[in-house]
Design a protein around this ligand. Structure first.
Ligand code: AMP
Ligand code: PCX
Ligand code: MG
Length: 512
């Protein structure tokens, strides 16, 4: 399991001292959760006690100056640029110190400058600002109490509190948990603990306009912005990295850019008895000279790990869980070499890759606008998916600059010459084998057979075709109740018990 112990901090006006890890469920503590309790104080001074993440030296930090305290879970990706505007060289500053410097210069607006993967808490005077990165890639939850507010990166940590929370602007109810609210993506919420004074500021929104640029220029810009997103995520040019590789254009692009310059790259692919994309991944691995590993898991074993995916993503959407499950299973199987894991996740959202049969450019653009308007709360990019197994993950396609560009490109650059994700394929033409550049998309749930494996297990106990979707949805809700609301270790939640519970709830007969 993880090499990343939770570090305890108790923060009192900026002084940091070790504390115990209190009420965190023991199985959470291999991950990157940071419960932060922000309490107003009888003495009139802010008092927090929290648990910061570790496992990656840049993963969590606290910084204080001039009455402002910053707790940063995660990392910033354009350190040099940020340093240049705050008048410091970024070298030698932690990401939390850089964010603090940014705050001291710009105030809360400083959060609009940040391109990163983070959740942040900033305390100043009697107010606390809780903020997500542009895309909310590290989920952030809160529960207000009459005398304060509790903040955590995992909802389960707040599940046990009582009563409703004040419905602060910029927050939404977390599914299945009374009184727990999630901070929206690209949002900074200012709260005065113990009061109902609160306001929200948006720090990012997906662009609604579309850019007209020549195909050549678009291709060059995509290649440049993605290259930078990959490089800024991976440390020095020789720092080793692991990449989850399906052999599709998205993950192959990331691997190509990561391995340029001689960086040692380990690539890993997952397959089941139902299906795999091993041949396609191998073509890429051989072309780029990565150290490649194939992992196989029976489809039944894969589906039985659904409680882990639910516990990590803390969502109840069965379709999204089918996307996330193979990754969670792979993260749990792969030996931890202490390298970060980079993925191609999310490329299909701004590029419309899931909609390869959509004919008209207008329709393609509409689904892109819809998907970019509805990702929030699905937690697809949550670090907990990997951190449960001790890995730190990062997703270059959801870098703020990459996302801004890909979303805004006019749809004729995404569907072109009968090809989906045309602009990305062209941008990678020189770096990848032709077979990879031209390979049609296969979704992660299709390649590994997750959707069909879950359906198969349900059919086996007599669930009718017409009931498959509703049984999956009901099962997801029960997994969520048990692993998140009741904080049961996912390894102790039996797939069969949950299926039985759902079948009897829906008055369906089990034929086992
Ligand atoms: P997709 O867009 O469906 O290919 O999946 C999203 C991301 O998950 C990919 O870009 C890969 O990084 C990763 N991925 C998907 N399928 C696999 C697989 N079978 N093995 C390893 N990684 C995968
Ligand atoms: N993906 C997509 C994202 C899946 C859809 N999510 C959404 N609309 N918020 C991707 O990698 O871009 C697959 C399997 O395809 C996961
Ligand atoms: Mg993809």
């Amino acid at each position: 399991m993880g090499s990343s112990p939770i570090i305890g901090f108790s923060i009192h006006l900026g002084t940091v001292a070790p504390t115990d890890t209190g009420s965190i469920p023991p199985w959470v503590s291999t991950g990157h959760a940071i419960p932060v309790l922000v309490e107003p104080k009888t003495s009139g001074e802010p008092y927090w006690s929290g648990w910061a993440l570790a496992g990656d030296s840049r993963a969590t930090a606290v910084a204080s100056h001039d009455g402002v305290t910053v707790l940063l879970a995660g990392e910033l990706y354009h350190r040099a640029e940020l340093g240049s505007v705050v008048g410091e060289t970024a070298d030698g500053l932690s990401d939390a110190e850089l964010l603090l410097a940014c705050w001291l210069r710009y105030g809360p607006s400083g959060l609009r400058l940040c391109n990163g993967r983070f959740a942040a808490v900033v305390a100043e005077n009697d107010s606390v600002v809780v903020a997500t990165d542009h895309a909310g890639t590290i989920p952030l939850y809160l529960r207000t109490r009459p005398d304060g507010v509790d903040v955590a990166t995992e909802a389960k940590v707040l599940a046990e509190g009582a009563g409703d929370s004040f419905p602060a602007p910029g927050t939404e109810p977390a599914p299945g948990l009374t009184g727990v609210r999630r901070v929206q993506a690209g949002t900074a919420v200012t709260l005065v603990p113990g009061s109902t004074v609160a306001e929200a500021a948006r720090t990012w929104r997906p662009p609604h306009h579309r850019l007209i640029v020549s195909p050549d220029e678009a291709v060059n810009r995509v290649a440049d912005v993605l290259d930078k997103a990959v490089r800024t995520r991976l440390g020095g040019p020789h720092d080793p990295v692991t990449a989850v590789l399906s052999g599709g254009i998205d993950s192959s692009s990331v691997v190509a850019l990561a391995s340029g310059g001689g960086r040692p790259v380990r690539t890993i692919s997952l397959g089941t008895d139902i299906g795999d994309e091993f041949a396609a991944a191998r073509v890429v691995a051989e072309h780029l000279g990565t150290r490649h590993h194939e992992f196989r898991c029976s489809s039944e074993e894969l589906v039985r790990q659904l409680p882990w995916a639910v516990a990590a993503a803390e969502i109840v959407d069965a379709e999204v869980l089918e996307y996330l499950l193979p990754l969670v299973v792979l993260y749990r199987m792969v030996p931890n070499e202490g390298t970060r894991i980079v993925t191609g996740y999310g490329a299909d959202i701004p590029l419309g890759g899931m909609h390869r049969t959509t004919e008209r450019l207008h329709s393609l653009d509409e689904v892109i606008a819809f998907d970019m308007g509805t990702f929030d709360g699905l937690n697809e990019l949550s670090p907990v998916l990997g951190s449960m197994a001790g890995h730190w993950t990062t997703h270059p396609f959801w870098d703020r600059d990459v996302l801004d560009l890909l979303t805004a490109l006019e749809p004729g650059l995404k569907r072109r010459d009968g090809r989906d994700k045309w602009v990305l394929r062209e941008a990678m033409r020189e770096l990848l084998p032709t077979a990879t550049v031209t390979r049609p998309k296969l979704g992660i749930h299709e390649g590994s057979g997750t959707s069909s494996a879950w359906s198969q297990l349900l059919r086996r106990v007599g669930v009718a075709e017409s009931d498959l979707a509703s049984v999956k949805t009901a099962m997801a809700a029960v997994f969520h109740r048990r692993t998140v609301r009741e904080q049961e270790p996912p390894g102790e939640v039996s797939f069969d018990d949950v299926l039985d519970e759902v079948m009897s709830e829906q008055n369906l007969a089990v034929t086992r």
